[in-house]
Design a protein around this ligand. Structure first.
Ligand code: SIN
Length: 303
């Protein structure tokens, strides 16, 4: 019998598989097709202080082995998330959930995190300082070590739950940003958010995305994500949630060998809503094949 349990920032989860924010709604939508209590946890739709309609369409473009999105943090706002979405989730999910929070100023981040922190079902808060699709917020905090540290400090001052800072790969040195947030008390980091990219329509001779650029995700980014997890594991002591192009139990194990304690699955959920369930179901067979008894024991094992 293999052991898939891991401890993420002091909270034990049944397995390290976490559907990534923006690919799993508020969870209850997926509970209609399978029991989502099978998951380690999941990261819910990125939430901001105010409701957001998101960017104009088209905001999705295909590319070989991946996709570009420029959604622009569409969400109902923190009031509605607390009043309507979390009560619906509580009816179908009996585990701690990961809240995902975005902002356009340090005060925004602090306000939303403080509100979400009070929700009983929230186990961790993933603070997204890496959205490439908005102006005047998101990634502008994650590409500068001082700004990343300042958001972390402000959020830590008003919260009690573990804070996981979500990092962007669109930087020269992701390890520097990880060290900066660790120094201000981050309990963990998650990485990578999407890579900034674009496509041009040959028929229209114009960018496909209305926003011109978007975030690249899917299997094509997996080697980049793995390299970032490897580098950050060498730089910090706090746990890493790895993500980027993960679509199989083998990918999860590879990410853990690079240094991830848990692993988020994103674009794969958009191709197959059962993707995370299948990964979890495959663990026993894949772990046996590679002579792994316990997932916790392999974290960072390739170093
Ligand atoms: C988006 O809503 O634009 C995507 C979120 C993100 O990449 O952080």
């Amino acid at each position: 019998m293999v052991n898939t349990k891991v401890k993420l920032c002091g909270i034990e989860i049944d397995n390290p598989v976490i559907p990534a924010s923006g690919t799993f709604g508020f969870g209850y939508e997926f509970a209609e097709i399978y029991d989502i209590n099978k998951l380690g946890t999941f990261s819910f739709k990125g939430t901001t202080k105010d409701p957001r309609f998101g960017n104009p369409t088209p905001r999705i473009a295909e590319t070989p082995m991946g996709m570009l999105n420029s959604v622009g943090l569409q969400n109902p706002g923190v009031d509605k998330v607390i009043a309507e979405e979390l009560p619906k989730l509580a009816k179908v999910f009996n585990k701690p959930v990961m809240a995902n929070v975005s902002g356009f100023s340090i005060d925004d981040y602090a306000y939303t995190c403080e509100r979400i922190d009070k929700e009983a079902q929230v186990g961790w808060i993933e603070v997204n300082i890496s959205c490439p699709n908005v102006h005047g917020g998101g990634m502008s905090f994650g590409t500068d070590a001082k700004n990343a540290a300042a958001v972390t400090k402000a959020v830590k001052a008003v919260t009690t739950k573990p804070i996981i800072i979500k990092l962007t790969p669109n930087v020269t040195d992701i390890a520097e940003i990880a060290r900066a947030v660790e120094s201000e008390g981050a309990d963990g980091v998650s990485l990578i958010n999407t890579l900034s990219g674009m496509r041009i329509s040959l028929a229209k001779k114009k960018p496909i995305l209305k926003n011109v650029t978007g975030g690249l995700s899917g299997p094509c980014v997996f080697p980049v994500a793995l390299r970032c997890v490897w580098q950050v594991y060498n730089a910090v002591k706090i746990p890493i949630v790895g993500m980027g192009g993960v679509s199989s139990a083998e990918d999860v194990i590879e990410m853990m060998l690079a240094g991830a304690t848990a692993v988020e699955v994103g674009a794969a959920n958009l191709i197959d809503p059962y993707a995370c369930k299948k990964i979890i179901d495959d663990f026993a067979q894949v772990m046996e094949k590679y002579h792994i008894n316990s997932l916790e024991e392999i974290i960072g094992g390739a170093h």
